[in-house]
Design a protein. Structure first.
Lengths: 160, 304
């Protein structure tokens, strides 16, 4: 099962390594990891997306909570949350595929942020399903490069 | 090929010399559309067919001092019925041109889009405005100021395709189309119209619009004035010689239309293209000349 784990951690050297080490030891693969400072610059938010059995992921979360750098950890599996991912994808185009690419961009409300001689670069900020769906549609046209930030998430409602 | 139509006078002349199309007026029971249709009829531009309330049509004709006895009148008891009847006539090949009378654009367009008796073709419908060039040495098409509100890239490609086809009908063998924006460079993401312009240019270079030259993005001054383009160092075959001006959205098109009419005090003509016959949709605010020119435009565009 896929889990989206939102952590608040101390913003200091080696924090990522400590958290990643927990998942690594328990052989849980991290699908994506996004880290950035929060409003309080001494604290960073780490959004980790993993896939694994309930039991192993729970164990990893429990171990992470015991880390000295961990301020708070929420598994958003059981909660409603907003999740977004940023995608930049560079697609090859020609006269036959321009219209198709632009239609895909319009469909997903992706922005065109770059135009080269033979490539067009799209930016999409959406949930993971939309990002995956758009990539599936542009893939047959010829993807030159992809950059994804991985998912970031916050809980719905007023809670932190 | 008869050569390009360079002025509204030539447009009238071309329409007069061509076989007059049968123009069906949907809800002809108002003086303004009736007068325009009868003016065009007297000048030999069209053969009108009047659809609406016969009593109201005859009363208006009497007020205008017109004898409409030679003209076919078809009874329709409401604007909706009149619109449907008019469109059905064109669908059945009994008219080559449709003019909007006292019926809403929405009602008429709904009939035109009808799967059963409408006038749809594969592409989209768009509006073309015909206006004089700054030096009055040619006519230019500006599109789309009336139908497509905020066209996507795909729709812009179809609007351009319609405009190029209209230019060909006006005798311009290889129309030069300027894709209008505020600047000459692609500015992303701030100015998406510049991206569409650059992509349309590439589609045109690959022959997607048939015989034409397309350049963009171009600002309006560079599209209209070669000297300005020279001063600004804009190198474009279209600069100063545009036959087609494709504007980014309806607000721009509407503002250009009104500015030409009310600031420059120039006449215009307009028609909706992209259906199986052209549609003439004049408004009460249009001058009588603009109405006449619009019918002439529709007549020329309706020619095979």
């Amino acid at each position: 099962m896929r889990h989206t784990i939102s952590c608040l951690v101390r913003n200091q050297t080696g924090v990522i390594a400590k958290v990643v080490d927990v998942f690594s030891r328990l052989k849980v693969n991290i699908n994506s990891l996004a880290v950035a400072e929060t409003r309080d610059t001494s604290v960073s938010r780490m959004t980790i997306v993993v896939e694994g059995s309930e039991e192993v992921v729970s164990l990893a979360e429990s171990e992470c909570r015991n880390l000295d750098v961990m301020v708070r950890l929420d598994d958003l599996l059981s909660e409603e949350f907003f999740a977004r991912e940023l995608l930049l994808v560079k697609v090859r185009f020609d006269a036959d595929s321009i219209t198709r690419i632009m239609q895909v961009a319009e469909l997903f409300k992706a922005r065109v942020i770059g135009l080269g001689e033979t490539t067009i670069t799209l930016e999409l900020c959406d949930d993971q399903k939309a990002v995956d769906a758009m990539l599936k549609l542009v893939a047959p046209l010829g993807i030159v490069s992809i950059a994804r930030t991985g998912q970031v998430a916050v809980r719905m409602g007023d809670a932190e | 090929m008869k050569g390009p139509i360079r002025s509204f006078a030539e447009l009238l002349e071309r329409a007069r010399r061509s076989k007059s199309p049968r123009m069906v007026i949907a809800a002809a029971n108002d003086a303004h559309s009736l007068q325009a249709a009868l003016d065009a009829w007297r000048q030999g531009l069209v053969e009108p067919i009047l659809v609406g309330s016969p009593d109201a049509i005859r009363a208006n004709a009497a007020l205008l001092g017109e004898d409409i006895s030679p003209i076919r009148v078809i009874q329709a008891d409401s604007p909706e019925i009149a619109a449907a009847a008019a469109v059905r006539l064109a669908h059945d090949g009994e008219a080559e041109l449709v003019m909007k009378g006292l019926v809403s654009t929405k009602t008429l367009v709904r009939c035109v889009l009808s799967a059963e008796f409408g006038l749809r073709r594969a592409g989209i419908m768009s509006h073309v405005t015909l206006m004089e060039s700054p030096d009055r040495d040619r006519l230019m098409i500006m599109t789309d100021s009336a139908i497509n509100i905020r066209p996507t890239f795909h729709r812009k490609a179809e609007i351009l395709s319609n405009a190029v086809a209209a230019a060909h009908k006006l005798g311009i063998e290889e129309p030069k189309a300027a894709i209008i924006a505020a600047v000459e460079n692609v500015e992303l993401p701030a100015m998406p119209a510049t991206l569409d312009a650059a992509l349309l240019k590439r589609l045109a270079a690959a022959g997607k619009f048939g015989r034409c030259v397309v350049d963009g993005p171009l600002s309006m001054d560079n599209a209209l004035e070669a000297e300005t383009a020279d001063i600004k160092g804009v190198k474009a075959e279209v600069a100063g010689r545009a036959d087609v001006l494709l504007v980014p959205d309806i607000e721009t098109g509407n503002a250009v239309y009104k500015a030409v009419r009310h600031i420059a005090k120039r006449e215009l003509a307009g028609a909706v293209v992209g259906a199986s016959v052209p549609l003439v949709m004049t408004s009460r605010g249009d001058s009588s000349l603009t109405k006449l020119y619009s019918i002439a435009l529709g007549a020329v565009l309706s020619a095979e």
